[in-house]
Design a binder for this molecule. Structure first.
Ligand code: ZN
Length: 422
């Protein structure tokens, strides 16, 4: 049952690309590179629950490689850098075996499309059809319904192969800290690239808002020559959660601040909120914000190593109590400074199991600047005056935190001994 597609998108597999066996990485031979960046103009999904075809119109030829992931079932399509010029709602709805899809930069020079599958599928074909007879070049991915057993067999074979060829990435042990007397602050604008984060009604993207905010905050902080300010990303690329934590650790950060502006069901939720790490979430809202943040790697089609799939316990235990306490002290400082300047959420300090806050040796906090689901917050989040005022307040909080390190030490010890617990 071939899906009802235009005849030019029919079963015509280019002769040069043999249908790949189930377990092979479906790599088409890269066609001649023209130098012009390839632009994706339109994407569509056709077919039914037994056989589904994904098609994307391209302005030129491109290499393509495809692999699958489970939990949840996904098909990941990697391409060299492609500029996506698609309708704002592209990918929100699917058809047949594809429930939705996302696209964007996954790393420098590399683009990715992630198809969410409704169940176990196998990739029958994946290729780029050259432009022909007035038709643009097209990326075509054919999926057929599979069984969980067959899907997992394919996945196991491809993981074994990756392990054999690349070896597992070892986490680099940070070298000795540079002895230059600088205080290192890592700013972590959330999301990026293929992961847009929350999307406001106006179409404004969280990833863009938080990057702009982080850049403003960096400028303010850099006025202090004692600070070295580093960013986990400074453009629209994707960084894994683990990559963000590793970056802070490798730089011997003294403080890590992840910056967000998420959505939350219920448009009455608004105001800045500071989150720190805890194995137990303060409430349902904190738990669900952390859960959605922790999905970033899944959205981006990253094969998360099993040992980090465990959201709770082991890693959190590793996070030293002292580090966590410093984070709590910092969060309280931040709320004190933010209070006169910006509107705070009524429970301004919240705790939950955010993966990005799990560096055992770097005090880490996550700030929700506001909630894009709230129209008033959205207005603020996109206002340069608000951005400036908030960045000044956070800078003051960071100044106070470092100025009072000795006092913080005492406050942290008080927390450890159970005194001063909220
Ligand atoms: Zn976010």
């Amino acid at each position: 049952a071939i899906p009802p597609v235009a005849s030019t998108e029919g079963a015509a597999t280019p002769a040069a690309i043999a249908p790949a066996p189930d377990n092979a990485p479906l790599v088409a031979t890269p066609p001649a590179v023209s130098g012009e960046p390839v632009i994706a103009r339109e994407a569509r999904v056709v077919g039914d629950g037994s056989r589904t075809r994904f098609v994307m119109d391209l302005t030129g030829p491109s290499a393509v490689s495809v692999f699958t992931l489970d939990e949840p079932y996904r098909v990941v399509v990697d391409l060299p850098e492609v500029h996506f010029d698609l309708a704002a709602d592209a990918g929100k709805a699917g058809k047949g075996l594809v429930s939705a899809f996302r696209y964007g930069l996954i790393s420098a020079g590399k683009s990715r499309i992630v198809l969410d599958a409704t169940g176990p599928v196998s990739v029958d074909k994946a290729f780029v059809l050259p432009a022909d007879k007035g038709q643009p070049a097209r990326l075509v991915v054919d999926l057929v319904k599979s069984t969980r057993t067959a899907f997992l067999d394919t996945l196991r074979i491809s993981r074994d192969r990756d392990r054999a060829t690349a070896g597992h990435e070892r986490e680099a042990v940070p070298g000795p800290a540079p002895n230059d007397g600088k205080l290192r602050i890592v700013l972590d604008p959330g999301h990026g690239g293929i992961d847009s984060g929350a999307i406001a009604k106006s179409g404004m993207l969280e990833k863009t808002i938080v990057l702009a905010f982080a850049q403003t905050l960096k400028e303010k902080l850099e006025a202090n020559s004692r600070y070295e300010v580093l960013m986990t990303r400074s453009d629209d690329t994707f960084v894994t959660l683990r990559g963000r934590v590793q970056f802070a650790r490798s730089k011997h950060a003294d403080l890590f601040i992840s910056i967000h502006a998420d959505s939350f069901s219920g448009s009455d939720i608004r105001g800045a909120t500071v989150y720190t790490l805890s194995e137990r979430a303060s409430d349902q809202m904190a738990a669900s914000i952390a859960e959605s943040e922790n999905k970033s790697d899944i959205l981006a089609g990253v094969d998360v190593p099993e040992d980090t799939n465990e959201v709770s316990d082991i890693l959190i235990d590793l996070a030293r109590r002292e580090t966590k306490n410093f984070a709590v002290v910092f969060a309280r400082n931040m709320i004190k400074e933010l209070k006169p300047a910006v509107r705070l959420f009524k429970r301004a300090h919240q705790q939950a199991g955010f993966m990005v806050l799990k560096a055992p040796d770097v005090p880490s906090a996550l700030v929700e600047l506001g909630y894009l689901s709230n129209p008033d917050d959205e207005k603020l989040l996109t206002s340069p005056e608000w951005r400036d005022k908030t960045a000044v307040a956070i800078t003051r909080a960071i100044d106070a935190y470092f100025r009072n390190r000795v006092a913080n030490m005492a406050a942290s010890e008080a927390l450890t001994s159970g005194v001063g617990e909220p």
